[in-house]
Design a protein around this ligand. Sequence first.
Ligand SMILES: Nc1ncnc2c1ncn2[C@@H]1O[C@H](COP(=O)(O)OP(=O)(O)O)[C@@H](O)[C@H]1O
Ligand SMILES: [Mg+2]
Length: 240
Amino acid sequence: MILIDNISKYFGNTVALENVSCEIRTSEITAVIGPSGGGKTTLLRCINGLELPDSGEISVDGIVLTKKTAGIIRKEVGMVFQQFNLFPHLSVLRNVTIAQQVVKRKKTIEAEETASSLLQKVGLEDKITCYHCQLSGGQQQRVAIARALALNPKIMLFDEPTSNLDPEMTKEVLNVIRNLAKEGMTMIIASHEMGFAQEVANKILFMDNGTIVEEGTPQEIFNSPKHDRTIRFLSKIIRC
Ligand SMILES: Nc1ncnc2c1ncn2[C@@H]1O[C@H](COP(=O)(O)OP(=O)(O)O)[C@@H](O)[C@H]1O
Ligand SMILES: [Mg+2]
C-alpha cells in the first residue's frame, strides 16, 4: 500500500529524514516510536503529501508522490494530529460534514448520514450539536478521527494522538483506534504508548536522528532489540 524508497528530507541544515526506506502492506498496523526530533512527524507528513521529500520516492496505493499528485494522495490518506484542530466555529456534525461536501461534493443529507454513523462509531452520537469548547480533549480527538474517516481514506495516520490527553481520555481514543485495527484499516501510528503499540501493531519502526534504526515485530523490538540505541531508548521509557 505504501512504498518508501530511500527518502531524505532537510529543513535548512537540519536533517529530518535520511535514507528512509520501508514498505507498508494493506491492513498492516505500524507503530513508529522513538525520541522527540527523530523524524516521526516528518515521515507521516511526507506519506500524506503535506511535505515532499528532497530525494527518494514515496508511492501510495500505486501513485508516486509529486507536487501534482499530493492532492490526490491526501484524499486517500487521513491524518489525525496531536492537536485536534477542529474548526471552533462549527458544530461537531458540521466538522465532520464540511470536508465531505467540499472535497467529495456530497449532498448535505448524504454527508450528514455518514457523519452521524461515524460519530456513533466513535461514541459521540449525543454530541452532534456541540461545539469544541463543550467537549473534553478525548471527545475532540474522537471527532477529529470521525472527520478523517468521513473521506473514506484507505490509510489512516495518527501523530501522537493521545499525547495531550489524560489516561482516561487516552483509553477512549485508543479504543477507537483499536476498533479500526479490527476492521482492517491500514494505519501508521506515531506514539509513546508502548503498551498499545505492542498490543495493536504488527510492525514497529524505531526512529532516531531521521533514520529507521530498527524495524521488527513488537516481539522483536520490545523483547530482543538489537541496536544499542533502541535498547537505551526502551530502557529509559520502562524506567519512567
Ligand atoms: N517545519 C520544520 N522546520 C524546521 N525544522 C523542522 C520542521 N519540521 C521538523 N523539523 C526538524 O526535523 C527534525 C525531525 O522532526 P520531527 O519529524 O517533528 O520529529 P518527531 O516527530 O520524531 O519529534 C527535528 O530536528 C525538527 O526540529
Ligand atoms: Mg512529532
